[in-house]
Design a binder for this molecule. Structure first.
Ligand code: SAM
Ligand code: SF4
Length: 325
């Protein structure tokens, strides 16, 4: 369906848990987030009903996220069930990659159509410091397994904040030289703990990357479901992309809604405009759920107002780990 500003909404991100096996410094405090009690977290049957209502509204692509989606027990069955929802063409996932290697075959067999691995550094020590967990080797093994297998597209997401050693960012970009994967740099959003990190614009980042990538040549191909702008680098197997919500606001082309792990439809990453789907879910009436979701889409604001200086103060009820990025 189209929103109030004529944007076609065809993509939904669903956070399946607020829990995680890492503690990335921009996302979660050391002690983890205060866990939402089990009975408030969406049950699989509810997620499937949300997907059915979404499909009835013209949404064809689902991204599973979290917290860490792979720590949610039974996630493989959820992928399988969602894949069977008529109208849903793509089930993709954003994961930190820790458990991906061991679950990869099952996820593919269940119908996963693409995977994005979040990875901010290739330095094992810095990885352990940044995520507060020593899981770097497992993530790299997962990445290598998925790339070698080659049956589904693999992307890398790296959050671009200012690093002490800029070579870290270059090394991440070089993954697209070594492997046929698209590496995307995501501007740090001033949400929750992310506000404390030194922000870096796309232009500054491209300058930092230049010794590794050479001149980056824009490509026009559409390479995914989102707002990334892709570039080609000489001798690279994959593309280098930038998701620059602040330095290149892309709200005019925004095609998505998000569902938090508790069932709140969030129509914009910044604003709390949206709708709580709990009541509609409890009513067990598909039409009511579809109408509630349509109302959530109608409430989608025209654009966000994050700025390089941070954000205009406003209520922030949901954490990144509930929203799912
Ligand atoms: N645990 C999974 C993962 O890390 O991919 C899925 C959830 S995580 C919240 C989704 C994405 O959001 C990750 O790529 C993460 O790096 C990114 N992220 C978290 N906080 C962010 C922030 N403040 N600004 C930009 N991206 C952020
Ligand atoms: Fe976990 Fe992903 Fe947040 Fe890192 S970014 S703490 S992996 S949810």
């Amino acid at each position: 369906m189209k929103d109030t500003y004529g944007r076609e909404i065809d993509y939904i991100r669903i956070s399946v848990t607020d829990r995680c096996n890492l503690r990335c410094r921009y996302c979660m405090p050391e002690e983890g987030v205060e866990s939402i009690s089990h009975d408030r977290i969406l049950r699989f049957a509810e997620i499937v009903r949300i997907a059915e209502a979404a499909a009835a509204l013209g949404i064809s692509k689902i991204k599973l996220t979290g917290g860490e989606p792979l720590v949610r027990r039974g996630i493989v069955s959820l992928v399988r069930e969602l894949k069977q929802v008529p109208g849903i063409r793509e089930i993709t996932m954003t994961t930190n990659g820790v458990l991906l290697g061991e679950m990869y075959e099952d996820l593919l067999e269940a119908g996963l159509t693409a995977v994005t691995i979040s990875l901010d550094t290739l330095d094992p020590k810095e990885y352990a410091r940044m995520t507060r967990r020593d899981e770097f080797a497992r993530v790299m093994a997962s990445l290598e397994k998925a790339v070698k297998d080659g049956r589904i597209p693999v992307k890398i997401n790296c959050v671009s904040y200012r690093r002490e050693d800029p070579q870290e960012l270059r090394n991440i970009a070089l993954l697209a030289k070594e492997y046929p994967v698209h590496v995307r740099f995501i501007e740090m959003m001033p949400i929750g703990l992310g506000k404390q990190f030194a922000w870096l614009s796309q232009e500054e980042l491209m300058e930092i990357l230049r010794p590794a990538t050479g001149v980056l040549i824009p490509v026009e191909e559409v390479l995914g479901n989102g707002p990334a702008r892709y570039f080609r680098a000489e001798g690279f197997a994959g593309r280098v992309g930038f998701i620059s919500a602040i330095s290149h606001r892309f709200c005019d082309g925004c095609n998505r809604i998000r569902i938090t792990s508790e069932g709140y439809l969030k129509s914009c990453l910044q604003y709390e405009t949206g709708i709580d789907l709990r009541e509609a879910l409890a009513a067990e009436d598909p039409q009511r759920l579809k109408e509630a979701m349509a109302e959530g889409i109608r409430r989608k604001p025209h654009q966000h107002h994050f700025t390089e200086q941070g954000e205009i103060p406003q209520e922030e009820r949901h954490k990144m780990s509930q929203i799912g990025g």
